[in-house]
Ligand binder design. Structure first.
Ligand code: FES
Length: 158
C-alpha cells in the first residue's frame, strides 16, 4: 500500500517548473523541487515537464525510474533502505531483505498499511565491511540480522 498521491493544480506545478527552467540541466532540479513540495512526483507534473523541457514522456519516465529516490507516491513516515549491493549480498542481505518484505507483506517501494514505513532497495551505503547494511531514515546501521531488523521495524512503527 502507498500513501495517497497528492493532486496539486497544474498552476502550482507550472510555478515550480518555471522557477527552475533557467538552470542548466533543469530536469533534475525540477524533479527534486516537486518531490520536496509533494513528497513524490505527482502524475499531473508529467505533461507540464515534457512541454516545458521539450522532452518525450519516455525520456522523463526513464529519468524518474533511473533515480531510485524519486517516487510516484509519497513515502511512509519512515523510509527503511536495505542494501542490495554485492558486498552485502555476500553476507546475507538478500535473505534478510526477502524475509523483511515477506514479514511486512510488501514488495520493494511498498508502504505498510499503517503508513509507518516504506521499504526501498539501495545499492551501497558505504558500510560494505559491516553488511548487511540498512538505513532507517538518515541513520545507517550495519550488521543487520533478523533481530536488528525487527528492532528497526519496531522503532519505525511497522
Ligand atoms: S555493499 Fe552494502 S553497504 Fe556497500
Amino acid at each position: 500500500m502507498s500513501a495517497s498521491a497528492p493532486a496539486p493544480s497544474s498552476s502550482e506545478i507550472r510555478e515550480i517548473v518555471g522557477a527552475h527552467l533557467h538552470l542548466e540541466g533543469a530536469l533534475l532540479p525540477i524533479l527534486h523541487a516537486l518531490q520536496d513540495a509533494y513528497g513524490c512526483i505527482p502524475s499531473a507534473a508529467a505533461p507540464v515537464i515534457v512541454e516545458a523541457l521539450n522532452i518525450s514522456k519516455a525520456e522523463l519516465h526513464g529519468v524518474i525510474t533511473f533515480y531510485h529516490d524519486f517516487r510516484e507516491h509519497p513515502a511512509g513516515r519512515h523510509v527503511l533502505r536495505i542494501c542490495r549491493a554485492e558486498a552485502c549480498q555476500a553476507v546475507g542481505a538478500t535473505a534478510l531483505a526477502e524475509a523483511t518484505l515477506k514479514k511486512l507483506g510488501l514488495d520493494w517501494h511498498g508502504t505498510t498499511a499503517n503508513g509507518a514505513v516504506t521499504i526501498e532497495p539501495v545499492y551501497c551505503l558505504g558500510l560494505c565491511a559491516c553488511g548487511p547494511a540498512a538505513m532507517l531514515d538518515d541513520r545507517v546501521v550495519g550488521r543487520v540480522d533478523e533481530a536488528r531488523m525487527s528492532a528497526l521495524l519496531a522503532e519505525a512503527g511497522a
